[in-house]
Design a protein around this ligand. Structure first.
Ligand code: SF4
Length: 250
């Protein structure tokens, strides 16, 4: 039985796949997105998180079967609502063996995985096989901008996106809409082009940037100095709708 590190478990989640879900946040991410609103999910280690009146430990080690039992407490609700479990983070595939074990233990429950796609390709295929729905983040189509704003280019991400498209597996694309970073019509068209010929694509969700993203950084001892104007309003283009995709702005 493998162990992993978890920084939050949220029951009654309604924005991370169908129905009512339990969202499990696995700690650690290979990216450093300038707009990340979960900075406490980036490090692979537990760390102190200083809140107004107390300091909490962010990140606890759990065994896979212990966590699976915890998720299964919601099974009646999942069955009634058409929900299930969603693994997110951080980047859940960065704890590959732990995630794969959890997905196997929870077979029979609807399983979704939210990923940035920066995952070794063999592991990505294994996760895909064991998952009912993927929530795949696409930050920008431009490799240099991707590297500048997230710390990695998007070559591996785009290869995994191609694998996901070919698989026919249901998936939702999530695009964080960051003013001046990826909200140009040119980038939206390039992103929409990446999503052509994807029979499993259910919809594209544009996620609005929230200024409150910076609030948690001081809690984990970091400064928040994003290289974009946090007060600007991102543009919303209809680049996706001509492709016949459902567009949801959250
Ligand atoms: S991929 Fe997600 S969790 Fe990782 S740094 Fe980017 S926004 Fe944060």
């Amino acid at each position: 039985m493998s162990k992993g590190i978890v920084f939050s478990i949220e029951e009654f989640a309604i924005n991370d796949g169908p129905g009512i879900r339990t969202a499990v946040f696995l700690k650690g991410c290979p990216l450093r997105c300038a707009w990340c609103h979960n900075p406490e999910g980036q490090s692979f280690r537990s760390e102190p998180m200083r809140k107004k009146d107390r300091t909490e430990v962010c990140g606890v080690e759990m065994e896979a079967d212990e966590l699976a039992r915890r998720v299964l407490r919601g099974r009646d609700l999942f069955d009634q609502s058409g929900g299930g479990v969603t693994f997110t983070g951080g980047e859940p595939t960065a704890q590959g063996p732990f995630l794969l074990e959890l997905l196997a233990l929870l077979a029979g429950v609807h399983r979704a995985v939210e990923t940035c796609g920066h995952t070794p390709e063999p592991l990505f295929r294994q996760v895909l096989d064991a998952t009912d729905l993927m929530l795949f983040d696409v930050k920008t189509a431009d490799p240099e901008r991707h590297r500048y704003y997230t710390g990695v280019d998007n070559a591996l991400i785009l290869r995994n996106l191609a694998t996901l498209k070919e698989s026919g597996k249901p998936f939702i694309v999530r695009v964080p809409l960051i003013p001046g970073v990826n909200d140009s019509l040119e980038n939206m068209r390039a992103t929409a082009a990446l999503l052509q010929d994807a029979p499993g694509l259910q919809r594209v969700e544009l996620l609005r940037y929230h200024k409150t993203a910076g609030a948690k950084y001081p809690m984990v001892g970091r400064r928040y100095e994003p290289p974009f104007d946090v007060n600007a309003t991102p543009a919303v283009h209809d680049a996706f709708t001509p492709a016949g995709m459902k567009l949801l702005v959250l």
